[in-house]
Design a protein around this ligand. Structure first.
Ligand code: NAD
Ligand code: UDP
Length: 339
């Protein structure tokens, strides 16, 4: 498999994956509607890799946009990053989330089938485990009980993919459940560039570091954890990007539907993350304890055995690396891609 269509390829995880693919000499074709990313990402990707991916400004919900791409390119595998991902926004705009994420994935799969393209990698999320009874979770842990429409789109798409391979055994699918991707490419040229006030922990911290926010609000310090704050499995976005190469290799060798959790296997508290960023910064970062955030789960991290045994995937970076690289990106690009 050499020709990879990357939907959402100018976004945060997509752009890092495109860099990884180009460095390994894959041909990359991107479709992105630029609803949550900037075209300048392509220049940055070219600066890092010396190669410019083929880019189509288009929407995965548009059959015409997809047909054009499948007509003009021989595609071996599709990686579907395109989707809306803001948890809070999904509560306010459920129809937009269901339409964009679920309908978009359905149109994409239909057009793949019409063009005899059957290899598909899907960006799912640890959120499908809801509030896990036991941690670490593994791929056989119970899914469901999602706490917002965003998470439910991931759950439903996974279900659709399972139904699809039963009806259409030519489809060959890898579902990757990401834990918490943070960090940035070590070059500092690409990274996470949220719109407005960041919802997620790492970009909020780096905006405090760069002086755009006054202090970090820690959402609850009264959970039943080692320091009272929630536990997550943070994974460097470059490790995550490499996980997609492992998934391509898997689909080359096997036929069916496969599910993997991608994380480091290590649970870190909000204070652990804050302290890692303080190390990168060389000074304290202002914070205050705030009330718990609705919908937050106490702890979620993964068992990494299956991804290691079946994909050969193992994260290389720890939270100090993640903090260093996230800070390097933010420091060099205080206003993200707007500079
Ligand atoms: P992102 O918003 O940075 O990237 C998504 C990209 O898709 C954006 O460039 C956006 O413009 C594009 N897009 C959205 N809808 C589209 C459509 N209909 N047609 C074409 N392009 C469209 O998000 P990300 O953090 O890179 O996440 C990528 C994928 O991984 C998403 O599906 C997300 O739900 C999933 N995921 C992300 C995380 C995370 O913490 N970042 C965790 C788990 C899963
Ligand atoms: N968090 C926080 N302050 C923030 C953003 C996040 O204390 O401004 C906490 C949040 O409560 C959670 C952890 O950081 O315990 C990770 O949150 P994030 O939104 O990044 O990931 P998710 O909760 O979706 O796993």
């Amino acid at each position: 498999m050499k020709n990879i269509l990357v939907t959402g390829g100018t976004g945060y995880i997509g752009s890092h994956t495109v860099v990884e693919l180009l460095n390994l000499n894959y041909n990359v074709i991107i479709i992105d509607n630029l609803s949550n990313s900037k075209i300048v990402v392509l220049d940055r990707i070219e600066k890092i890799t010396g190669k410019r991916p083929k880019f189509y400004k288009g929407d995965i919900r548009s059959k015409d946009d997809l047909r054009k791409i499948f007509n003009e390119n021989k595609i071996d595998c599709v990686i579907n990053f395109a989707g809306l991902k803001a948890v809070g926004e999904s509560v306010k705009k459920p129809l937009e989330y269901y339409e964009n994420n679920i309908y978009g994935s359905i149109v994409l799969l239909e057009e793949m089938k019409k063009n005899n393209v059957y290899n598909f990698i899907f960006s799912s999320s640890a959120t499908v485990y809801g509030d896990p009874i036991d941690v670490p979770v593994d791929e056989n842990s119970k899914i469901g009980g999602t706490t917002n429409p965003y998470g439910t789109t991931k759950l439903f798409i996974e279900r659709i993919l399972n139904d699809l391979v039963i009806a259409e055994p030519k489809f060959n699918i890898c579902i990757l459940r990401y834990f918490n991707p943070i960090g940035a490419h070590p070059s500092g040229l690409i990274g996470e560039d949220p719109n407005g006030i960041p919802n997620n922990l790492a970009p909020y911290i780096t905006q405090v570091m760069v002086g755009k926010r006054e202090k970090l609000n820690i959402f609850g310090n009264d959970y039943d954890t080692k320091d009272g704050t929630c536990i997550r499995d943070y994974i460097h976005v470059c490790d995550l990007a490499y996980g997609h190469v492992c998934a391509i290799n898997k689909l080359e060798k096997s036929q069916g539907i496969f599910i993997y959790n991608l994380g480091t296997g290590k649970g870190s508290s909000v204070f652990d993350v804050l302290h890692a960023f303080e190390k990168a910064y060389g000074k304290p970062i202002a914070y205050a304890i705030a009330p718990r955030r609705a919908g937050d789960v106490k702890a979620n991290y993964t068992d990494v055995t299956k991804a290691y045994n079946e994909l050969g995937f193992k994260a290389k970076y720890d939270i100090l690396d993640m903090a260093r690289d996230a800070w390097n990106w933010q420091k060099n690009n205080p206003n993200g891609y707007e500079d």
